[in-house]
Ligand binder design. Sequence first.
Ligand code: GLU
Length: 308
Amino acid sequence: MREPITTRPTRPTQTARVLAALLAGLLLAACGKSGTPPPKGPEPKDLPSYPVATNVTLDSPTFRSAKARGRLIVGTKADQPYVAQQDPASGYYSGFDVEIAKMMAASLGFPVDRIEFKTITSANRETSLQNGEVDYYVGTYTINDNRKKLVGFAGPYYMAGQSLLVRTDEDDINGPQDLAGKKVCSVSGSTPYQRLVKDYPKATAVAYDSYSVCVDNLISLQVDAVTTDDTILMGYAAKVPDQLKIVGQPFSKEPYGIGVPRGDQTFRLALDDAIVAHEQNGDWKRAYDATLGLSGVPAPVPPPVDRY
Ligand code: GLU
């Protein structure tokens, strides 16, 4: 056996010990992604399946090009446990938003194997829809008037709220009122980041492309808190409950919509109909229970769909 190349042995510093503990924690959390089941689902066998509609016709450019292509291209997230997460080993996406995407596909006449998921970060959602890179987007996407100038939204299909994630040993931060002088991480192009900068200017805002990077920074003591929707934070906290906790009450309303190309009203209204149908036939609740429900919060009543 070859001897490892060594340099002068050094005593592990406090930072090195923290990093080692962090790595161990992350490895544990990552086990579920590479074959062994995660601590608590979602188990593929527990996920509902959605009967695929036949003979769907829609006078919609988005629908027509998906038909011609033979598959749907759907944007989502890849690093949000129980919401939208990609298994790095198999490439499969899972979570509540992924289930919503599959329900929509089924109503449009596309089975699961005719969906191509694409990871799109918060800051790139509008351009991906405007460029026709994706047919629709399901990924913790808040409906608001600014975004409606750029894209269309079916829904809402869920109501989230901005919240705070801290380390379990954090005593100083109990809500957004305690953020002055604290380093708070969020994601560029997200509504929670915008609210943090605007409403809590005494906090030091730190922005990355994805929430998992914020969470890594929280665990390794680089930031004091992560702020975004409770749905997303619940997933991270549920994965490592001995390290992370959510504090305070949600302090915004984040109605989740399905992003669609702005001009395609027919497509948007078809997805509105599909959302209502899947809420009424129980698919929505079954999907919630098999995914986001695993982070510990019982299924709420979905908000009413807002057709426009
Ligand atoms: N729902 C918020 C938003 O759309 C935060 C979550 C996210 O970045 O996806 O900006």
